[in-house]
Ligand binder design. Structure first.
Ligand code: IMP
Ligand code: MG
Length: 174
């Protein structure tokens, strides 16, 4: 292991912020149920922590997509590796992502999911790198942290499939 991990956002701060965002979502969806769509694998830790703190009724589904592209740039052409188990018809959908970078993956995913007739679609992300956005039409409804353009791991995010289990957000130093 040649890389080092520097703590960017400590565990306490991440958990506190998720609580605040969950409270906002619970207020916004008052009187309704929210259907969380966890984008695997990165979104899984955040989805669990968020879901535990929501006070409105919650249902969960999972989707795994892979973005064609070379190296670190996603192309925006997305292949569905694992589709949802349930239809979205009439549901209030909240997509839960680990990080929005260029926005290409999400732009494509939102288009696919809109065609399935949900009552509404919103987007919630643990991290956002606004400087990197290419797809300006991707609007994030709930963001826990906006971060600078650095490669981060932890809380679901990986470097080469490693470090997803770190309970904090760290920057990889090569
Ligand atoms: P986008 O299509 O460029 O927005 O790609 C977003 C995806 O790239 C995320 O879902 C992550 O899987 C990955 N990604 C982007 N930035 C990072 C990072 O800093 N660490 C780990 N994965 C990242
Ligand atoms: Mg992801």
């Amino acid at each position: 292991m040649s890389e080092k991990i520097r703590v960017l956002i400590p565990e306490e701060d991440v958990n506190k912020k998720i609580g605040e965002v969950a409270a906002r979502i619970s207020r916004d969806y008052e009187g309704r149920s929210v259907h969380l769509i966890c984008v695997l694998k990165g979104g899984v830790f955040f989805t669990c922590e968020l879901a535990k703190r929501l006070t409105v009724p919650v249902s969960l589904d999972f989707m795994s997509v892979s973005s064609y592209g070379s190296g670190t740039e996603s192309s925006g052409v997305v292949r569905i590796v694992k589709d949802l188990d349930e239809p979205l018809e009439g549901r209030d959908v909240l997509i839960v992502e680990d990080i929005i970078d260029s926005g290409r993956t999400l732009a494509y995913l939102i288009e696919i999911l809109k065609q399935r007739g949900p009552a509404s679609i919103r987007l919630c992300t643990l991290l956002d790198k606004p400087e990197r956005r290419v797809k300006k039409q991707v609007t994030v409804d709930y963001t826990c942290f906006s971060i600078p353009d650095e490669f981060v791991v932890g809380y679901g995010l990986d470097y080469d499939q490693k470090y997803r289990n770190l309970p904090y957000i760290g920057v990889v130093e090569f």
